[in-house]
Design a protein around this ligand. Structure first.
Ligand code: HEM
Length: 236
């Protein structure tokens, strides 16, 4: 009987690991988008949301460590699958084909490794900008709370950040467009009909999710942070 490590590092084990971790990251992204959209809620909605999270204390840290591990495993295994496939492919192999099954080769699928690596690099900058960013404080019901909302609004006044984020969110759409379907195929016994449907659903979810994220920096940039959708903005 193979050990757990042997099973996890086998071809099938690797595909399963990327599938499971990919879906966990997808759940995180939904949660994160919902949290980010609180910027369009009441005047203090985003800061109250962030305060509520931080008030969780050690469970938040366990969730953060778990999330970091999931990101690392997903990236590590994903890159190793890509590397093995690359080594197995003959030089100058430009024709993409698959045996029997309908081919899902597309620009999105062929660029999974590169979009994934760019997203990882983005994450380092992103966490440094917001999670570790220098926020001021704001008084909410007599309590001094980190003013994350103002940090987000100020950051996206800068065109470099606003458009840089917009481009990264397009890469996120490309990565998820293939990734959601691929996770589904890895985790289920696909039938062709089901797989076709899942490809369409996966691509639609990817585009909607990325549009949700993309809307925030662009809205803030083009309204100068004073748009009607942002309650309590200090603009005149
Ligand atoms: C326009 C898009 C995005 C905006 C405005 C945004 C905003 C934020 C903010 C404000 C925080 C700090 C939260 C806090 O400290 O309470 C944060 C943290 C974080 N974001 Fe994003 N985010 C965006 C896209 C993304 C994407 C696409 C990913 C993943 C690929 C991501 C992953 C993370 C992670 C891992 C953290 C750290 C979570 C933590 O420490 O609790 N974000 N983001």
């Amino acid at each position: 009987m193979p050990s757990l490590v042997e099973a996890a590092t086998s071809q099938v084990g690797r595909k399963l690991l990327t599938g499971i971790t990919g879906l966990l990251l997808l759940f995180f992204l939904f949660f994160h988008l919902a949290g980010n959209l609180t910027i369009f809620g009441g005047e203090h909605a985003m800061n109250i949301y962030s305060m509520t999270l931080h008030d969780l204390g050690w469970p938040l840290w366990i969730a953060r460590i778990g999330l970091a591990l999931v990101f690392i495993i997903h990236a590590w295994v994903g890159i190793s699958i890509w590397w093995r496939r690359r080594k197995a492919r003959p030089e100058n192999y430009h024709v993409y084909s698959s045996k029997g099954e309908p081919s899902r080769q597309s620009l999105s699928s062929r660029s999974m490794a590169i979009t994934g690596i760019i997203l990882l690099i983005f994450l380092v900058f992103h966490i440094n900008t917001f999670a570790l960013g220098d926020t001021g404080t704001v008084l909410i019901d007599g309590r001094e709370v980190s003013d994350l909302k103002t940090l987000v609004i100020e950051t996206f006044q800068n065109p470099l950040y606003a458009f840089g984020y917009a481009i990264i969110m397009l890469l996120l759409a490309a990565h998820l467009g293939h990734g959601i379907w691929s996770s589904f195929v890895s985790l289920t016994m696909k039938s062709r009909k089901c797989s076709d449907l899942m490809y369409t659903i996966g691509a639609t979810v990817a585009i909607l999710l990325a549009l949700g994220f993309l809307f925030i920096p662009l809205y803030i940039y083009f309204t100068g942070g004073c748009g009607a959708m942002i309650a309590g903005s200090q603009c005149v």
